[in-house]
Design a binder for this molecule. Sequence first.
Ligand code: NAP
Length: 280
Amino acid sequence: MERYALIGHPLGHSLSPQIHQRLFQLEGVKAEYLLDDFPPQALEAHLPILQSYAAFNITIPYKTALLDHLAGISENARLYGSVNAVQVREGRFYGDNTDCVGFLRTLEGHGLSLNTRVCVVGAGGVGRMFALEAARQGAQVTLAARASSLEKARQVAAEGLEKLGTQIRVQPLETLDGPFGLLINATPVGMYPKVDASPVPKALLEQVEAVFDCIYNPSQTLLLQWAKELGKPAVGGMGMLVWQAAAAHELWLGTRFSHRAIQQLIGEMERLLAEREGRP
Ligand code: NAP
């Protein structure tokens, strides 16, 4: 039986095995999906194990660390400097970025457009991808970051200019001001167990038309609750998580999943997570 895995450190209670096993079921494929948690100093020694997988997904801290070990990289992954899906062919690694596909299909599934003023809050790995992709799609992008990551945000803006010829406006989080067509949370603020926090004040949401929060645990963050109270479309991160996994299967096995099948799986995973955390 072919073996697949998620590599990262620490992995905690990842939902990836459940998502990928359900995708294999939908495909009628018998395969194993493992959690492979090892510390960064063990990466070199671990390469033969990675070569034994048919393919694997990557999370922190290997999304950038594995770049040096790739025999090939997709245009997307090169643009974001981040790989989250790797196919192994004859012991060589070929990297792709399906987080971006997950992001775009989630927005598309909810009728949200990037053809607007987009504010990305957070300039880490995923914030960088959101900002560059939104800029690539023609959005007017503001990248908001707290003081400690303003320099990172400026680097993303410089990359946007160099690689895409597009201006990305950098704004300190404390002075953030709308209006925005879409506000995206790319920070861990509001994530379980610290669920009573939001990356921006509620008042800012009055100047925002729609919200996407990439956090998926809980499925309803405080930010999303506030947006809904104000009658704005509000979308959580589980769709992105499931769609990035489905997009990896499309690359690895050539499968095309229907929106309906993936929508069902998203609901299933939200219920599974709520049960696991003992929430109603
Ligand atoms: P990361 O590289 O660590 O970046 C996190 C960013 O958030 C950094 O810019 C950090 O600033 C900022 N931040 C942290 N705490 C903050 C606070 N209290 N106020 C303001 N900014 C704060 O992490 P990442 O990989 O980009 O992931 C970010 C979030 O996205 C995580 O919650 C992750 O679970 C989620 N995610 C979801 C999906 C999905 O499929 N739904 C995929 C990827 C990631 P500093 O640099 O100053 O620390």
